[in-house]
Every structure is written in structure tokens, then in C-alpha cells.
Design a protein around this ligand. Structure first.
Ligand SMILES: Cc1ncc(COP(=O)(O)O)c(C=O)c1O
Ligand SMILES: Nc1c(O)cccc1C(=O)C[C@H](N)C(=O)O
Length: 413
């Protein structure tokens, strides 16, 4: 295979139809950001929008802001902006709560919709909070409810008549391995199993087709590829036909049909709105809206094509520049089986990542030994991948990771 040089990467940038989107973001000088799969970059519009919201809408308009500025409609308005990113109708998506909480709400709703069965199926690579939520819910419900874990490659085979709901994260947070959502939804449907998808590592990074593939329920994060800022509210999806049939377990007043009647008995709103619980976090929602607006006019097929091209480039350059330094590819080499990240195992993975970060290449580390590099097609350039791999080569060749300060574990990795 011919070697690739920086000029070839620059040529790819010149041909990139998404290159103009980079100016929509604030990106600090001297940093190559390969962690947008954990916390997306700051959209340029966000600071001014938040300043206006705080000083004018809250500062000057006080409580009247709820009606004057449509704060109460934010969960639906933002849901409608996420809907096209995940292949849903506008009235099937709601922005609210955290991903963890939404997993709990929708898992409980799915169990209520499949009452003859008690088993929640997931895979052993799923993100821990999803599994914890399932364990907590099973403990709360009792009556033989339980969570069963199988290896990711064993999910299809385990879908059978005893499973109530299969709960999966489409793209594995550690390796980037991608489940075949269409095939799993189809097999689940044929066995009467409901589906709950976590799209934390999919939404905004690739097209998702919830309706077309017949997904029942889904959740996702606002702070990763959707660029909503640290702790941004999450979203949930409930297929139309379940909205008035599946029981939302948390009876909050924002899910009430007439919250300002202050009735002492709960009566759910129609449709997706019953999945709201309490007051929407208006400031965080405004930041998330700026993140969603970075997708205006963006073609998701182009996002996917660029995401895979960035990943393929990284894999080729690491082979070319970093062979013999103890890295082994932990992600599927074939793009179709991968999300928007590439991971490598290394015996000193944590320290290698700290050394990279010290040189301005920000990825992250996932225990026990994975270096994780995420690709956000709206603001990454092909030349950034070249530069990041050059730094990785230096760190490995000069064994910079041996420095003691790179071995001290931080609280958040
Ligand atoms: C797949 C997945 N689900 C859920 C979460 C987190 O959920 P929460 O925002 O509730 O912390 C993450 C990342 O933190 C994740 O990667
Ligand atoms: N949510 C996070 C946080 O509060 C602190 C640090 C990282 C995160 C993450 O999002 C981690 C991420 N879900 C992952 O894929 O590992």
C-alpha cells in the first residue's frame, strides 16, 4: 500500500464537503481534539446565546420568561431538532433528564408494555450506567425480574420468547463496535421482544433509522456528538404506537395533562409529553439548542462518510508510523462494523494518553488498557489525524509515557 504523507491529508481536507462547518465551533489553538465522543466542543453561538438568556430573558423578564420565551416548549422543540438525526418523527423525541434516568423510565415502560415477560437482555460490553439502571429497576420490581448479560456477538441468538426487552448501546463506548440495529430489531420483533437503544455514541455521528428499522424505545446523550455542553440534558424516543400504551413510571407534574390545575391525582398528558418529569433545565437546554443548530444544513450521509474516512486514515497511519510500539487495534477494522471512534490497547495506555494530552492531543483512556480516539466530522480535519499520529509516534518512540506524572490517576478519566 502506498505511504500517506501530510500533503495527501491536506488534499483530503480540500475535497471535504464538511470542511466549512468547522467555523461553527470554538477550538483552542494548539489542541487536536479527539474526544468529542465524550464531550463535544463548544459551538461558537453558545456563549452569546447563554449571555442573552441569562441577562435578558431571566434577568429582565423573570418569571414571565416561561411564557414570553417559550421555555416550557424546549423539551419538544429540541426533540423535534434531534428527530431527523435519529430517523424519528418530531413527536417521537423529547429532550429531558439524563441518559441514565431515561434508561430507567423507558426500561420500565417497556416492561409494562410486555407484561407476561420479566427478562431484560443486554450485552456485557454495555455502558455500566445502563446496566446499573436495569439492576436497580429489577430489584425494585422484584417478581422474578432480572437482567441477563451475553457477549455482544451472542445477542441475536439469545433473542427468544422469554425476553421482555433487549437493551443495547448501538456503538460500544470502548471499542466502537457497532450492533446491527436493523437485524436486531427485526429478530426481536419476530420473537415479541421490545427494543431499547442507547444512542449516546451514535446520534450526531452517523444516520440512525429508528422508525425505518422498527425500534420501540431509545435514549441518547446531549453532550457528546450533539455538542450541548457538560451535563447537557439527554433525549428519549418512544415509537408513536407505544406512547399512550407504555406506562412511564415517574409521575412528575410536567407529564401531567394539566400541571397548572395542581390536581392531587396524576393524569398523564397525551403522547410523548407524558415522558417529561419535572421542570426543564432552561439554561442547559438553550446550550443544547446551539449544539443542535450546528447540524443545520448538514447531510448525515456525508457525516458518516467522513467519520469512517477519518477512522480509516488513523488506522493506516498508525500502521505506517507506529508499528512495533505495543499498540494493538481494539476496534473493528471494517468501517461498517464501527462507530465514529478508533481504540488501541497498550500496556501503559493511561500514561500514553496523559503524555498525548500534555502535547495537545486530547483523546481519553478506558480501563483496563484502551486509548480511545473519537472523530467528530463537523470540526476535525484529515491533517489533524496526521498530526495526532505524528505526536503519538513521538510519545511512543521517546517513551515519554514513562514520566511519573503521567501515571497519577485523575478522578475523571
Ligand atoms: C452509552 C452511554 N450511556 C450513558 C452514558 C451516561 O449517562 P449520563 O449522562 O446519565 O451520565 C454514557 C456516558 O457517560 C454512555 O457512553
Ligand atoms: N459523562 C461523562 C462525565 O460526566 C465525565 C467524564 C466522562 C463522561 C462520559 O461521557 C464518558 C463516556 N460516556 C464514555 O463513553 O466513556
Amino acid at each position: 500500500m502506498p505511504t500517506i504523507d501530510r500533503a495527501a491529508c491536506e488534499a483530503m481536507d480540500r475535497d471535504d464537503p464538511l470542511a466549512p462547518a468547522r467555523v461553527r465551533f470554538h477550538l483552542p489553538d494548539g489542541v487536536i481534539y479527539l474526544d468529542g465522543n465524550s464531550l463535544g466542543a463548544l459551538p461558537r453561538a453558545t456563549p452569546e446565546r447563554l449571555a442573552r438568556l441569562v441577562t435578558r430573558e431571566w434577568g429582565d423578564d423573570l418569571i414571565t420568561g416561561w411564557n414570553k420565551h417559550g421555555w416550557v416548549e424546549l423539551p419538544r422543540r429540541l426533540g423535534a431538532k434531534i428527530a431527523p438525526l435519529v430517523g424519528a418523527q418530531a413527536d417521537e423525541v423529547l429532550v429531558c433528564d439524563s441518559t441514565s434516568l431515561n434508561v430507567f423510565k423507558l426500561l420500565s415502560a417497556a416492561l409494562s408494555a410486555n407484561p407476561q415477560r420479566r427478562l431484560i437482555l443486554s450485552d456485557s460490553g454495555n455502558f455500566p450506567t445502563d446496566l446499573y439502571m436495569a439492576q436497580g429497576l429489577a430489584a425494585l420490581l422484584g417478581r422474578d425480574h432480572r437482567l441477563e448479560l451475553v457477549p455482544p456477538e451472542g445477542v441475536m441468538e439469545r433473542l427468544a420468547e422469554d425476553v421482555a426487552v433487549v437493551m443495547l448501546t448501538e456503538v460500544d463506548y470502548r471499542t466502537g463496535r457497532r450492533h446491527d440495529m436493523a437485524a436486531i430489531n427485526e429478530r426481536a420483533r419476530s420473537h415479541g421482544v421490545l427494543t431499547l437503544w442507547d444512542l449516546a455514541h451514535s446520534a450526531g455521528a452517523m444516520p440512525v433509522e429508528l422508525d425505518r428499522t422498527g425500534a420501540d424505545f431509545a435514549v441518547g446523550c446531549g453532550y457528546k456528538y450533539l455538542n450541548g455542553g457538560p451535563g447537557a440534558p439527554a433525549f428519549l424516543f418512544v415509537a408513536r404506537h407505544w406512547q399512550d400504551r407504555a406506562q412511564q413510571p415517574l409521575f412528575g407534574w410536567f407529564g401531567h395533562a394539566r400541571p397548572f390545575d395542581f390536581d392531587t391525582s396524576y393524569a398523564p398528558r397525551d403522547g410523548i409529553d407524558r415522558f417529561q418529569v419535572g421542570t426543564p433545565p432552561v439554561i442547559s437546554m438553550a446550550a443544547l439548542e446551539c449544539g443542535l443548530d450546528t447540524f443545520a444544513g448538514i447531510d448525515l450521509q456525508q457525516v458518516r462518510a467522513k467519520s469512517l474516512a477519518l477512522g480509516d486514515l488513523m488506522i493506516r497511519l498508525v500502521e505506517q508510523q507506529c508499528a512495533g510500539f505495543g499498540l494493538s487495534l481494539a476496534s473493528p477494522p471494517a468501517g461498517a462494523a464501527r462507530g465514529s471512534q478508533v481504540s488501541y490497547a497498550h500496556g501503559h495506555g493511561y500514561a500514553v494518553m496523559q503524555a498525548l494530552i500534555a502535547r495537545g492531543v486530547i483523546g481519553d483512556f478506558r480501563a483496563p488498557d484502551l486509548l480511545r480516539f473519537g472523530f467528530t466530522p463537523l470540526y476535525l480535519r484529515f491533517a489533524d489525524i496526521w498530526d495526532a499520529v505524528a505526536v503519538l509516534r513521538t510519545v511512543l518512540m521517546q517513551e515519554e509515557w514513562r514520566r511519573p506524572e503521567f501515571h497519577q490517576r485523575a478522578a475523571v478519566t
